[in-house]
Design a protein around this ligand. Structure first.
Ligand code: K7E
Ligand code: CUA
Length: 661
């Protein structure tokens, strides 16, 4: 979202023309509001040592590619879950088991730009089962299992460029969606970029989610004009069965977008009737198109991920599927599209618009029934703006991006340029409060704030710029989140905390929905890893040509075996290490000198594999990296490497109880 700043000069000019004065975020200083938090504010976010937070917050890392987990109201950081980016700390993407998760049709892609976490829902309420998050650059969606807080699946989105309007779920997590941000040739081919308006398309993809396992699959794609599909939300309650995607660049331009994509005073929200799509799929009214995309799943019993390449996709074309998609005109280059808890109001956050338009779902249905169409674009009827409008929030602020709800009839919208959160009333559209953000707020989050049942107690604003708020850290300064108490009439700022990466979006959930389901260990008897050693007696070293498999175990405070000889220069050595512990919070680490990847960090009952290619003779230590007991420092061993032509026999041992060889 930093690119929005580029729009500032244009926006400033436009607003000056409109006679509006502009309070830029850069002009403000924290001063009074920042330093002067009273002690009651401090108490409001204080969670005494040893006590739990009331909520979990899942905050995206943006260009860090990861998802971080905080407690609210304390703002304490609990975990950074590796998703799209390598994480040497956990061996994620370095160990053999997780590498397949990062496989794509482009090969191994060890980074992505992760924007929008989305919790699974049942009947429109967060259920604490999974958290999904989009990968923007190499179009992907990941599913994180909230019993383990680990990435369980990553699926690539075919025929897309920049998976931004994603992964927003439907009411019962029937689907998560993936709208392409960039128009791309469909299917990809070698064409002139200037043929954009003719050759390029914008695909909206529906990914089905298995009710039990959570397994994702590309169900179908809807082929639309090559607008830039920015954000989305599905309907709920009365609007269940629909998804709304914002778009910009309805001008269909391919160069200098900051000017060329800001021409129309209205862009569109694409309203997709996915229940209708299901009917069309059932009737066989789709085109099967070639595609190439990876679906990567982690299997908890083998502790291993597997990557499967898939090669086709069902595509629905609006011209052949009447009633499937409608365009709702919405001023102007809308970013977020947010559906209130009743499912009636569809809020378009027109970031270049002076006012905010709210559509009525009832009126949308009526306009469809009455065929109140302005025109039709590539088979998609454009509804008449006046016919679907529920109301307008007038001059709420500058640069609206995203709205959430408190379940008490109020909406809260972030304004990037005027750097504030504005509270307004659904139905009357009047502004009831505003609170400054430090600075340049992007998105906001109320736990459950995009569900049917918001917990309207706290609001987190995610800020792009912090400037003078924290100690300087060289040229790059931290981004931050700010916590507001929204239980009363007025919003109260109660806490500031720095974030990991650049937070773009977040989700929150009552801790009680997650705590009970949280896994403590992996039962060792359920470990089906093909190279597991399920007890020290099973520890062994096996040579197959120049590949050496080490079946190793770890338990406080030794490895079995801890002395290995007979490895040769040029061997390909796989350390398959099983953690035999069966107590909560007893991981062990494994690292070996000369390894060119990372450590392993192995949970109780789990097996992980480190690949090691010794390139010189010598005796190399390995050790445990996680302080696991008073004798952690003794948890170590040696592997001897002999010349390639050596005749040193392959042996291994642990103390006097050398395993049988
Ligand atoms: Cu940065 Cu949702 Cu990708 Cu807005 S997005 S800020
Ligand atoms: Cu095991 Cu330290």
């Amino acid at each position: 979202m930093k690119n929005l700043m580029l729009k500032k000069p244009i926006l400033m000019a436009a607003l000056t023309l409109m006679g509006l004065s502009l309070v830029t975020s850069c002009g403000q200083k924290g001063a009074s509001a920042s330093g002067a938090l009273g002690s009651d504010a401090a108490a409001a976010s204080y969670v005494p040592p040893g006590e739990f937070d009331e909520f979990y917050a899942f905050i995206s890392g943006g260009f860090s590619g990861q998802l971080s987990v905080y407690g609210l109201p304390s703002g304490r950081l609990f975990k950074v879950i590796p998703v799209f980016s390598l994480d040497a700390e956990k061996g994620y993407g370095f160990n053999e088991e997780t590498k397949p998760l990062l496989n794509t049709s482009f090969g191994f892609v060890p980074w992505d730009d992760a924007h929008h976490p989305e919790l699974s829902q049942t009947d429109g309420e967060t259920d604490g089962r999974w958290c999904f998050i989009n990968g923007n650059n190499t179009p992907r969606i990941a599913r994180i299992d909230l019993t383990t807080f680990e990435t369980a699946e990553i699926i690539e989105i075919p025929n897309s460029g920049g998976n931004h309007s994603s992964p927003f779920t439907t009411e019962n997590t029937e689907y998560v969606v993936a709208g392409t941000r960039f128009g791309v040739p469909f299917p990809q081919k070698d064409v002139a970029i200037d043929s954009y308006a003719k050759e390029f398309k914008g695909a909206l993809t529906y990914i089905s989610v298995d009710k039990e396992s959570g397994n994702m699959d590309v169900a179908f794609q809807v082929l639309l004009p090559a607008f830039n599909y920015d954000l989305a939300h599905s309907g709920k309650g009365k609007s269940h069965g629909w998804t709304f995607f914002t778009s910009y660049n309805t001008e269909l331009k391919n160069t200098l977008l900051e000017v060329n994509a800001s021409q129309h005073d209205k862009d569109f929200i694409a309203a997709v009737n996915w229940k209708k799509a299901e009917e069309y799929i059932k009737q066989g009214k789709f085109k099967e198109m070639p595609a190439r995309y990876a679906d990567n799943e982690y299997d908890e019993s083998t502790h291993m991920a597997k990557s499967t390449m898939k090669d086709k996709v069902k595509v629905l074309i609006p011209e052949e599927c009447p009633g499937l998609v409608y365009f709702l005109p919405t001023p102007k280059s809308p970013h977020g599209v947010d559906v209130d808890p009743t499912g009636e109001y569809i809020v378009g956050n027109g970031k270049l618009s002076a006012d905010m338009s709210v559509h009525s779902f009832d009126k949308v249905l009526k306009a469809i029934e009455n065929k109140a169409f302005e025109t039709t674009i590539e088979g998609v009827p454009v509804l008449k703006y006046e016919e679907i409008l529920a109301g307008v929030v007038q001059k709420p602020g500058l640069g609206p991006l995203h709205t959430e709800f408190d379940g008490k009839g109020n909406a809260y919208t972030t304004f990037f340029i005027s750097s504030e959160v504005v509270k307004w009333k659904l139905g009357t559209w009047e502004i009831v409060d505003r609170a400054p953000c430090y600075y340049s707020v992007g998105h906001l989050m109320i736990p459950g704030g995009d569900s049917k049942k918001p917990d309207g107690k706290y609001l987190v604003a995610m800020n792009k710029i912090t400037k003078d708020r924290y100690l300087p850290t060289g040229p790059e300064l931290t981004q931050s989140a700010q916590l507001y108490d929204i239980s009363g009439e007025k919003m109260k700022l109660i806490l500031d905390f720095p974030t990991i990466g650049e937070p773009h979006y977040a989700q929150g959930i009552a801790a009680s929905k997650i705590i009970e389901r949280s896994k403590k260990i992996y039962p060792i008897e359920e470990n089906k890893h093909p190279y597991a050693a399920l007890g020290e007696k099973q520890a062994k070293v096996v040579r197959e040509g120049n590949t050496v498999h080490v079946y190793m175990t770890m338990i406080r405070s030794h490895f079995a075996p801890d002395n290995i000889e007979g490895v040769k220069v040029g061997d390909k050595v796989y350390f398959h290490v099983t953690n035999l512990e069966q107590d909560w919070d007893t991981p062990h680490g494994f690292s070996v000198m000369g390894a060119r990847n990372a450590e392993l960090l192995i949970m109780p009952g789990q097996t992980e594999t480190l690949f090691w290619e010794p390139d010189r003779v010598g005796v190399f230590p390995f050790y445990c990296t996680d302080f696991c007991s008073a004798l952690h420092q003794e948890m170590q061993g040696y592997v001897r490497v002999s010349p390639a032509n050596s005749t040193v026999p392959l042996t291994w041992k642990l103390g006097d109880k050398a395993p049988v060889q």
